[in-house]
Design a protein around this ligand. Structure first.
Ligand code: UDP
Length: 197
């Protein structure tokens, strides 16, 4: 999988279909450490300019998809064009559509109290056979973090969707992925609010 360097952020050159397939492969294989997927848009790439630690963290992810027309345009200007836009919200919707009925479960973590639950209700209504293993809001205190981790681990989801905004969600995933009992973590920004309607 080739990568396109946009101001030091090395985005993977994948189509939506390839990204979904790759995530499915990761869910289905035995792996000791979960995979991290981040979805940088132009704003996140700008944030990474100001924060070298954040840039390094992004580049260490297993998959960085191009979230937005701005990223695609930049890749064309740099003469290393990325194949297509793969936004976080569209990727998540494609995963729901593809994995509903496949026994692959999701945990929704983030947004204000009550919102993740509303999102879960709406997703079950829309995607019928989707498996939501659990949900939690994203405004827990540092001392509550262990309880959150424990709830996720008891729920044993395949995929944890973390919507706490950038760069908070990326730092959170990077810090906690090694003690999470799941296959893939994805930073999805404000998507939980959108799913909640
Ligand atoms: N959020 C959260 N915990 C926090 C801060 C933010 O769960 O400590 C949630 C917030 O409620 C919203 C999302 O993170 O659902 C951030 O959305 P935003 O649109 O700002 O993020 P972006 O998509 O721009 O990364």
């Amino acid at each position: 999988m080739t990568r396109t360097d946009i101001h030091g952020v090395k985005i993977h050159n994948v189509t939506m279909r390839e990204a979904v397939r790759l995530i499915q492969t990761w869910v289905e294989e035995e792996s000791r450490v979960p995979r991290a997927v981040f979805t940088p848009n132009s704003e996140i790439i700008m944030q990474a300019q100001r924060d070298p630690e954040f840039k390094e963290l992004l580049n260490s992810a297993d998959l960085l998809v191009p979230d937005g027309a701005g990223v695609i345009l930049a890749s064309k200007i740099l003469k290393t064009p990325l194949k297509e836009k793969v936004s976080g919200i569209d990727l998540t919707k494609n995963l729901f559509r593809e994995f509903a009925g496949k026994n692959i479960s999701f945990y929704i973590l983030g947004a204000q109290p009550g919102v993740a639950e509303m999102a879960a209700v709406n997703l079950i209504a829309e995607y019928k056979k989707i498996k939501i293993a659990g949900y939690d809001h994203g405004y827990f205190k540092p001392e509550e973090e262990d309880d959150v981790i424990q709830r996720i681990n008891s729920a044993k989801p395949d995929i944890v969707l973390v919507g706490m905004g950038a760069p908070k969600q990326e730092y959170w995933i990077n810090r906690n992925m090694y003690r999470l009992n799941c296959k893939v973590l994805i930073g999805i920004g404000g998507s939980i609010d959108v799913f909640a309607g």
